[in-house]
Design a binder for this molecule. Structure first.
Ligand SMILES: C[S@@+](CC[C@H](N)C(=O)[O-])C[C@H]1O[C@@H](n2cnc3c(N)ncnc32)[C@H](O)[C@@H]1O
Length: 216
């Protein structure tokens, strides 16, 4: 790590710690996520993903990783409720579109893109939020999402931080895509996507060699 990079990390750690002291429930971690967790969060995202929404960027660890994957800065919407982080993000990523709103309002937000987004990357502390808020964040994110798009969420907990009932109610499924010990504390990453459209198998009645076909 270069000297500049290490100073950058130390100042981020301090910034983060101060934000956590002032609002521990919202910030929910005493340090920014590690580069290892950031790599896991963005591994499946690239220039062909198109526009991306990031929820709760904090000091921008995942934002930098997204840029490293080839996502254009102008293709990013950063949704950050904390004023202390929003100021930092505006200085660091001047071409990204910063929304200083609560992530639960994302569904009603007007995005600056002609196409729907290909991914939502979330650093939000979902485990410390009420279920109705988690549902609003997920539903609102998928309002803007392309059919094959996905929502990436990390957690320090042992299972997906989105309750099963919320996933089922919104027609979504969650898959754990990895875990890293190189983060404080260790974390797992989930990919949440739309369930495939169900198709029923029917058999043609009047042909002996009829094969099952799929109907809508
Ligand atoms: C655990 S920190 C993660 C920061 C960064 N993504 C990282 O991994 O280092 C949670 C972030 O979500 C933001 N946040 C919490 N609740 C929010 C909400 N309802 N809407 C928007 N941002 C929120 C916090 O201000 C903070 O930046």
């Amino acid at each position: 790590m270069s000297c500049a990079a290490s100073q950058f990390s130390t100042s981020d750690a301090l910034h983060f710690f101060r934000a956590w002291i002032s609002d521990p429930l919202r910030v929910a971690s005493i340090t920014p996520s590690s580069p290892a967790l950031a790599r896991l969060m963005v591994a499946a995202i690239g220039p062909r993903t198109g526009p991306v929404i990031e929820l709760g960027p904090g000091t921008g660890v995942f934002t930098r990783a997204l840029l490293g994957q080839g996502v254009g800065e102008a293709d990013l919407v950063l949704v950050e409720k904390g004023a202390e982080f929003a100021d930092v993000l505006a200085g660091r990523f001047p071409s990204a579109h910063l929304l200083s709103i609560d992530a639960a309002e994302i569904g009603a937000a007007t995005l600056p893109f002609a196409a729907p987004v290909g991914a939502v990357v979330s650093g939000l502390p979902l485990l410390s939020m009420p279920a109705a808020k988690v549902a609003a964040i997920l539903a609102g994110s998928f309002v803007h999402m392309r059919e094959d798009g996905a929502f990436y969420q990390f957690t320090y907990g042992p299972r997906c931080p989105v309750p099963k009932a919320i996933l089922e109610g919104l027609g979504l499924e969650a898959t754990r895509i990895g875990r890293t010990l190189r983060n404080i504390p260790p974390a797992a990453v989930y990919r949440i996507s739309r369930l495939p459209v169900r198709q029923a198998a029917v058999t043609l009645p009047d042909s002996s060699d009829a094969k099952p076909v799929l109907a809508d």
